[in-house]
Design a protein around this ligand. Structure first.
Ligand SMILES: *Cc1c(COP(=O)(O)O)cnc(C)c1O
Length: 726
């Protein structure tokens, strides 16, 4: 293997005593260790905010005299030493869950491919839920010691920034990412040249650089094509997430799938198992097959082999949401590939053929991944069932419920999403080593040990913090250039830090029905403006720039937010991202989710809320259908789907929503106060939420399941194959 040099783009001049802050800045470990964040905050909290919590920018811009002063601050140095000790312990740990459970798999590797990774707000290589799931997956794999290596893209622009006009119309702004401001490590070969890989596109080669991002112990390799070697068109391949242009899209997916395999090879990796998170990376199956075919196998032999070590997770419960390409594009982009695989055009198309509603054929990425993976799963129990029905035609001999697609319900990375102050309570009342017990079913019952009064105090603190952050954002916009007053008001500056607060934040796709709550507008007006028991709503979320109905839905919500009759108790936060998500899932009282069943494959934001004691109030879809137990939040509607009549379903769900809000949620919050003015029953619900959902919907549970049910058997297949036992 060639020697790979790793180069950090920025050299900081730090006082020697605290020089290792640079190491912290270049490993995302600090993202889920609040004490490490507090180091930066303690140096200069305004700059920490201004740099959007980005240590690379922070260390680059921080005032030298300030930095020098820190080395005389005992309190700071103590924290620094403690954090660095903890970091070293973490990085050098050889006694992890994985090493204890799978000592024989010590030298194996699992490759993990995803279009997007949501690791932190300062790293815009994610769009939404899928990315946050991938990011959380990496953090957890690192925590458990799983030898995972990940592949994705670093984009020139990332995902768009959202602007909302006075009239509520979303526009998209593409802000170029400053690569030097990110903790990206450049990979160079022995001659100091960037490590690159190439892929073949029609009539040309496209090359991509590889950057490394360290996520604790896990490495994420990010491909990027905006290089002088490439034509202007090809330089755009990694411009943005979820481009609608099909040619760019198929090129991107070839780059991720086929290029990603080549990137790992170039860096000397020989993964034993390969996990495709959603179908975007499914071309990796073809590249893996090609590797064997080049060594003399037939296509059938090669695919029989690679299937045993491929894992595919599907996230899309609606056929229209799946990634597929018209056959003319496949002809254009793959006619040079099928001879390499020893296939005719017809045989090649047959691998992933899907019938379109209009009667023609297309090439489907999930079909490709499903057929060439022996391990397949949906992301919640209900979604598993929907996926088995949806893909039944691929296994027509069995019954629908025998379709070989399993499910592993999604989870969230506990330490990333838990409010720091909640973590302090956990440490004090549930054990200083509580993070080692996240997936221990008996552990969470200890939430009962937290005294109600302290618990309530933290919850109130978190809501005040949310409102203060919202007001601060509004004030900053107001001080910026020509903001219309109505936009400032809509941004939430009139919110009340003590009123019952309901959060709704997600992608504005129409099936998510952000407008369901407005179905009976007058009834909602009465609920919100009740002087004794006011209720407020905080909305956030982006619509895909090409999704006009989604943008109309934002506008509908925005118009209500601007309506003076609501008295400023509704707010819309622009540009939803992981930072806003954190404030919201930690700060509101109730988390609302109103998808049209069964289209929410899982959802994860509600899990983040639940962990923090925020009560879910949702349709029984995705994860909530498994999580809800009658005491840990509320259901909207029933455990059934009226797919034949969406209008009737909307009406029934809206009625259920208002009823539950008026008769249960609001009285529970305001009326049932104990002598010391604590809402004792509400607190009991919050603790029940943490007790029953905190562990079950953790990333720790999820990644453990992937390890035991998918990675372990896949790795064993791979080892057998290597030893010539197949
Ligand atoms: C958690 C999260 C999501 C996913 O939320 P859903 O429940 O799937 O809607 C999307 N975007 C951001 C920024 C998140 O943090």
């Amino acid at each position: 293997m060639t020697e790979i040099l790793r180069e950090k783009p920025v050299k900081f001049s730090l006082p020697r005593r605290i020089k290792r802050l640079e190491e912290l800045a270049y490993n995302l470990w600090w993202v889920w260790h609040p004490e490490a964040q507090r180091l930066f905050k303690q140096i200069d909290d305004l700059l920490w905010e201004d740099s959007y919590h980005n240590p690379v920018v922070f260390l680059r811009d921080v005032d030298r005299t300030r930095m020098n002063a820190m080395i005389n601050d005992r309190y700071f140095l103590d924290r620094y030493d403690r954090v660095m000790r903890e970091f070293d312990r973490y990085m050098k740990e050889n006694d992890t869950w994985f090493s204890k459970t799978y000592p024989a798999l010590h030298d194996e590797q699992v490759a993990y491919f995803s279009f997007e990774f949501g690791l932190h707000e300062s790293l815009m290589v994610y769009a939404g839920g899928l990315g946050v799931l991938s990011g959380d997956h990496l953090k957890q794999a690192s925590d458990l010691g799983i030898p995972l290596v990940a592949v994705g893209f670093v984009y020139t622009y990332g995902y768009f920034s959202q602007r909302i006009s006075e009239d509520g119309w979303q526009s998209a702004e593409n802000v170029p990412i400053d690569f030097d401001a990110l903790p990206l490590i450049r990979l160079l070969d022995e001659d100091g040249q960037p490590v690159k890989i190439t892929i073949d596109l029609p009539g040309r080669k496209v090359c991509a650089r590889i950057y490394e991002l360290d996520v604790g112990r896990v490495k994420l390799y990010l491909l990027h094509t905006n290089l002088a070697d490439n034509s202007p068109n090809d330089r755009q391949l990694t411009d943005m997430l979820y481009i609608s242009d099909l040619e760019l899209r198929i090129s991107q997916e070839i780059l991720l799938g086929m290029g990603g395999v080549r990137a790992l090879r170039a860096l000397g990796y020989q993964p034993t198992a390969w996990h495709m998170n959603e179908g975007h990376s499914a071309f990796l199956t073809l590249e893996r097959a090609r590797e064997y075919i080049q060594k003399g196998m037939s296509y059938d032999e090669a695919t029989e082999l690679i299937k045993k070590t491929n894992i595919f997770t599907t996230h899309t419960p609606v056929p229209a949401g799946n990634d597929e390409f018209p056959l003319w594009l496949i002809d254009k982009y793959f006619s040079h590939v099928w001879p390499e695989l020893g296939l005719s055009r017809e045989q090649f198309i047959e691998i992933a053929k899907i019938k379109q509603s209009w009667g023609g054929d297309a090439f489907s990425m999930p079909v490709l991944a499903l057929k060439l993976s022996d391990f397949r799963n949906g992301v919640s129990e209900l979604h598993g069932k929907v996926a088995r029905e949806m893909w039944h035609f691929l296994w027509p001999d069995g019954k629908a419920d025998e379709t070989p697609i399993d499910h592993i319900t999604n989870g969230i990375h506990t330490e990333t999403w838990l409010a720091r102050r909640m973590g302090v309570l956990f440490s004090r009342y549930m054990g200083a080593d509580w993070v080692d017990h996240i997936y221990d079913p008996n552990f969470w019952a200890q939430v009962e040990n937290i005294p109600d009064e302290e618990f309530w105090r933290v919850r109130r603190h978190l809501k005040r913090k949310l409102v203060a952050d919202i007001i601060n954002r509004g004030r900053q916009k107001w001080a910026g250039n020509n903001v219309h007053p109505v936009k400032t008001i809509a941004s939430g500056v009139l919110l009340d830090p003590y009123a019952l607060t309901i959060g709704f934040a997600r992608r504005f796709a129409t099936y998510k029905r952000a407008n369901l709550i407005f179905r009976d507008y007058d009834r909602l007006l009465k609920i919100v403006t009740n002087p004794r028991m006011p209720v407020q709503f905080v909305f956030a979320g982006k619509a895909h720039p090409a999704d006009e109905p989604g943008k109309l839905m934002i506008q509908e919500v925005y118009r209500a937010v601007k309506d003076a009759r609501f008295g400023g108790r509704l707010a819309f936060l622009e540009d939803y991202d992981m930072n806003i998500a954190r404030y919201m899932v930690q700060g509101v009282d109730v988390w609302l989710n109103t998808p049209r069943r069964p289209r929410e494959a899982s959802g994860t934001s509600g899990m983040k809320a639940a962990l923090n004691g925020v009560l879910n109030f949702s349709i029984l879809d995705g994860w909530w259908r498994e999580g809800y137990n009658g005491h840990n939040g509320w259901a909207i509607g029933e455990d059934m789907t009226r797919s034949d009549d969406p209008e009737a379903q909307d009406e029934a769900d809206a009625l259920s929503l208002y009823e539950t809000l008026e008769k249960e949620i609001i009285p529970l919050y305001y009326e049932q106060r104990s002598a010391d003015n604590l809402p004792a029953d509400w607190i009991a619900h919050m603790k029940e939420s943490i007790r029953t959902l905190g562990g079950q919907f953790s990333m720790c549970r999820m990644v453990t399941e992937y390890m035991t049910r998918m990675y372990d058997p896949a790795i064993k297949n791979g080892i057998d194959e290597r030893n010539g036992e197949v």
